[in-house]
Design a protein around this ligand. Structure first.
Ligand code: ASP
Ligand code: MG
Length: 422
């Protein structure tokens, strides 16, 4: 018997029929003797619907007063879900009680629409568990120290579930979703992509931060910080499959690196088209230039990802970096108004048709020549690399967007990810 947290995404909660299936699945775990805490998302489409209504009435402003009300509104989707799920469990003959974030309470800071969880009081939940009830807690929301309702950012229910699991020291947090685990890459791009039965937490963090949409990145950070055993698995299996089978399905995010080191050098290929490249040509090569350029960009609250500066000729050099595509126009504007006038050049070039492709694997720490294998695979496809960045467990390249799928497929093959693991 163990304390287990289940998280169900919006699709799993999408209709009363599906909620009944969730209830049957949870009931199966409860009847097997486990103490169960469930964190569901809003019914699919509901958060979008609510925020759409808000936009009709208040399209323009985004100040704090507005954001407070957006959270007040968006948090209701999850409140509907927990109430319905509790009713469905009771109808299955399983005692269940639901709570909104503020009732637990799940305490957050006051950053409306992107709040961070600070603490979770486990007293009330434990009491209910001891009384033999399934406890259902809203995902995505919390309460700040002034009693205002906050939300954690889109996809935040993953983080709620992991945080609840950490607070209760749960044996495992199972994230039920509409994919059956974490894949070597997106199967829509590479049909040969395979589900990983395990992935290290650090690799998952890199995959999540670079485009894999399986888990909200903050939930992975949280799992790492509190060492929460986390499993991503399908909510589409029949609810009555054997618990033993269900409990070992999907992908387990592990903290035991040594085991993993023996396996593949590269575990996955991540990619995204979220970024845009900006180059300033002919900037003077002297101390303080990078700071002058990127300082102004940072002051505008724009995040920079990949950066390169070339060797200089005649005291001039080219400086390139990438930002999120949504920030592209604003970045160019900042450069034109705040930076370029004092640089003695006005040659700014931008390219929004780029993509970033990365290989990820903790095996890269202990193996040499991984990056060159990547570059060879790309060159064999005639793909030009525009920028490169590396970290201990990943190598990323920026290339022309039109070669993205070709690159991902070539790399998937080059690192033997098409083959089932030995
Ligand atoms: N309902 C919220 C959203 O759609 C939170 C979540 O589903 O994780 O973003
Ligand atoms: Mg989600």
């Amino acid at each position: 018997m163990a304390l287990i947290v289940h998280k169900y995404g919006g699709t799993s909660m999408g209709s009363t029929e599906r909620i009944r299936n969730v209830a049957k699945r949870v009931a199966k775990w409860a009847r097997a003797g486990h103490q169960m805490v469930v964190v569901p998302s809003a019914m699919s489409g509901e958060t979008n619907r609510l925020l759409g209504l808000a936009k009709e009435l208040q399209p323009a402003r985004a100040d704090e007063a507005v954001q407070r009300e957006l959270d007040m509104l968006a948090s209701t989707g999850e409140q509907v879900s927990v109430g319905l799920l509790a009713l469905a469990l009771q109808a299955e003959g399983v005692p269940a009680v639901s709570y909104a974030g503020w009732q637990v309470p799940v305490r957050t800071n006051s950053a409306y629409t992107k709040a961070r969880i600070e603490s979770i009081d486990d007293a009330r939940v434990r009491k209910d568990l001891q009384a033999g009830k399934v406890v259902i807690i809203t995902g995505f929301q919390g309460v700040d120290d002034q009693g205002h309702i906050t939300t954690l950012g889109r996809g935040g229910s993953d983080t709620s579930a992991v945080a609840v699991a950490a607070a209760l020291k749960a044996a495992e947090c199972l994230i039920y979703t509409d994919v059956d685990g974490v894949y070597t890459t997106d199967p829509r791009v590479v049909p040969e992509a395979r589900r990983l039965s395990t992935i290290s937490f650090e690799e998952m963090l890199e995959m999540a931060s670079m485009g894999s949409k399986v888990l909200q990145i903050r939930s992975v950070e949280f799992a790492g910080k509190y060492q929460v055993p986390l499993r991503v698995l399908s909510s589409f299996t029949p609810w009555d499959i054997a618990i033993e089978e269900e409990a070992t399905s999907g992908t387990l995010i592990t903290f035991e690196e040594d085991e993993k080191m023996e396996q593949a050098v590269v575990s996955g290929i991540a990619f995204n088209r979220d970024e845009a490249k900006i180059s300033i040509l002919g900037v003077p090569d002297r101390p303080g230039i990078a700071y002058q350029i990127l300082g102004a960009v940072a002051d505008a609250n724009i995040e920079v990802d990949v950066i390169i500066q070339n060797v200089s000729h005649d005291g001039k050099t080219d400086f390139s970096f990438t930002v999120h595509r949504n920030d592209y126009a604003r970045t160019v504007d900042v450069l034109k108004t705040k930076v370029v006038p004092s640089l003695g050049t006005d040659r700014i070039e931008g390219d929004t048709r780029i993509c970033k492709v990365s290989i990820v694997g903790i095996g890269m720490r202990s193996h040499v020549g991984i990056a060159s294998r990547m570059f060879r695979a790309l060159s064999e496809e005639g793909i030009n690399i525009q920028m490169i960045s590396t970290s201990e467990i990943k190598t990323s390249v920026v290339i022309d967007e039109k070669y993205m799928e070709l690159a991902v497929r070539a790399l998937h093959r080059a690192f033997d990810l098409d083959q089932p693991a030995a």
